[in-house]
Design a binder for this molecule. Structure first.
Ligand code: MN
Length: 250
């Protein structure tokens, strides 16, 4: 059993170590991860500069690229054998609601899924400075074991968010759907030492839509959230509604 581990926090992050240790009980873990933080790079693939892979430890490889690059390279031939499972994380911050569209952590799992391998993304809902990676790593291993034995529905990856709580305070897990987070729309404009303007993106966290059954609500209530995702972004409701549209065309 070969398990590929990646992330977007970089190969030196604490979360990836916790994940590797937990998954080592299930099989042979290979880590191919970015050599530095690649947060919010989404599904970016590097096509216009050379990618280098450096061995940094036994079965641990750092890539000067994105999470998608890492999984792509690993699966398409860098690893001696094709992995049977891809697990990305443990990200040090949440990937709830719309976060998944920006997330490098989730994208590593998406890449695994696109390549036909069951894939899981794991994130800790934390803002630091304390990180309870232990319970998240243990749940990742439990879920991974289940996926290894039972498989995964086609075109599915699992997005897992774990409350940043001590084990005894986590209430269990819930299957959820993607919710909606609210971020502020402010950007920070400042002036650099040479008198030129620069900008800083990153809105304030304004909470979330409190709809039951969503990832945001589950985590807020102290549950681990497991959301099955797929890459088909088609809005099927709109597809129905737009069927009556009659655009003039010769
Ligand atoms: Mn990250």
């Amino acid at each position: 059993m070969i398990i590929l581990v990646s992330n977007d926090d970089g190969i030196h992050s604490e979360g990836i170590r916790a994940l590797e240790e937990a998954l080592a009980k299930l099989g042979e873990v290979y880590t191919v991860a970015p050599d530095r933080e690649q947060n919010a790079v989404s599904h970016s693939l590097t096509l216009h500069r050379p990618l280098r892979i450096e061995e940094v430890g036994p079965r641990r490889f750092a890539v000067n690229g994105t999470p998608t690059d890492c999984v792509n390279l690993a699966v398409k031939g860098f690893l001696p054998v094709r992995p049977q499972l891809v697990v990305s994380g443990i990200n040090s911050t949440a990937n709830l609601g719309d976060d998944v569209i920006y997330s490098g952590t989730v994208s590593a799992a998406i890449e695994g899924s696109l390549l036909g391998i069951p894939s899981i993304a794991v994130s800790l809902v934390s803002r630091g400075p304390v990180y309870h990676f232990g319970p998240a790593a243990d749940f990742a291993a439990v879920l991974a074991a289940e996926v290894i034995t039972q498989g995964m529905p086609p075109d599915t990856l699992l997005n897992v968010n774990v409350p940043n709580l001590p084990r005894e305070e986590i209430k269990g897990y819930l299957l959820t759907r993607q919710g909606k987070r609210r971020y502020g729309e402010k950007i920070e404009a400042r002036v650099d030492p040479r008198g030129k303007k620069y900008y800083w993106i990153g809105g304030d966290d304004l909470g979330f839509d409190p709809t039951e059954g969503t990832d945001c609500v589950a985590v807020h209530e102290g549950f681990i959230s497991v959301t099955p995702l797929h890459v088909d972004l088609t809005n099927y409701r709109s597809l129905q509604e737009l069927r009556g549209l009659r655009l003039p065309w010769p």
